[in-house]
Design a protein around this ligand. Structure first.
Ligand code: DC
Length: 234
């Protein structure tokens, strides 16, 4: 396979998409774009404006107005990028439990998805990019030359999310994080499915470095049109 211009990484919350996406983008010299931050930034802005998240019209209107930018890291505090919402740095604020609880509701609204997808496609068509989300391989960039769908057990995903707590101002115990994640899996079901031509990677117990090496090796081994024969069994 030629180095693909767009690499799509999809999968459920906590499957390790962000870690893998950032590492892979770094190794390939590509832009790294975590599309979930857009839904999160919109959710935060709605909460801060006192908009009831159940009011789809108001949230959809806000989606049309808000300017969300993802730029290179502006602080050395463990962030992979900086997220600006109407010019304000919301990089860590979008990881709060309040946003975590509300974001699936916001991400279900068709008017929100239309607007976010439009902006994501504009970025995807302009760059060599590793794009991370839920529906990148199926909807946002269906022509992506390489699509990866990450899977890990709920226990493993909850453990990983718990390990990130210190950054997120999150004091919930592990079992609460696990329940919240199970709920989010249910809420995200409507978009969460691998593309027919996605490589499925189950990564319990696999280090991000091992995953990246496997993918780089996969790209190297796959002649154009041969990708299917190398897809690991589901
Ligand atoms: O990946 P994340 O946890 O930051 O995603 C936040 C929410 O946004 C999650 O509930 C699913 C939704 N999302 C989506 O519907 N489509 C995407 N491409 C990315 C995220």
């Amino acid at each position: 396979m030629q180095k693909p211009l767009v690499i799509a990484i999809d999968g459920p919350a906590g499957a390790g998409k962000s870690t893998l996406g950032a590492l892979l983008a770094n190794r390939l010299g590509y832009l790294y774009f975590d599309t979930g931050v857009m839904y999160r930034a919109l959710t935060l802005a709605a909460l801060q404006s006192g908009i009831d998240l159940a009011a789809s019209d108001a949230v959809e209107r806000l989606a049309q107005q808000i300017v969300i930018e993802v730029i290179p890291p502006s602080a050395d505090d463990g962030r992979q990028y900086t997220v600006l919402a109407d010019g304000t740095d919301v990089t860590w604020a979008i990881r709060s439990p309040e946003v975590e609880c509300g974001v699936s509701t916001v991400a279900r609204y068709p008017g929100v998805r239309r607007e976010m997808i439009r902006q994501q496609q504009a970025i995807g068509h302009r760059n060599r990019v590793v794009m991370v989300g839920r529906d990148i391989g199926t909807v946002v960039m269906p022509d992506a030359a390489l699509k990866i769908y990450l899977e890990a057990t709920l226990d493993e995903r909850a453990r990983r999310r718990a390990d990130e707590r210190e950054h997120h101002d999150d004091s919930r115990p592990l079992d609460e994080i696990r329940s919240a994640m199970a709920l989010r899996d249910t809420m995200d079901q409507h978009v969460l499915r691998p593309a027919d031509d996605a490589v499925i990677l189950k990564n319990d117990g696999l280090s991000p470095e091992a995953e990246v090496n496997w993918i780089i090796d996969f790209i190297g081994r796959s002649g154009s049109g041969e990708a299917h024969s190398l897809i690991p069994p589901r």
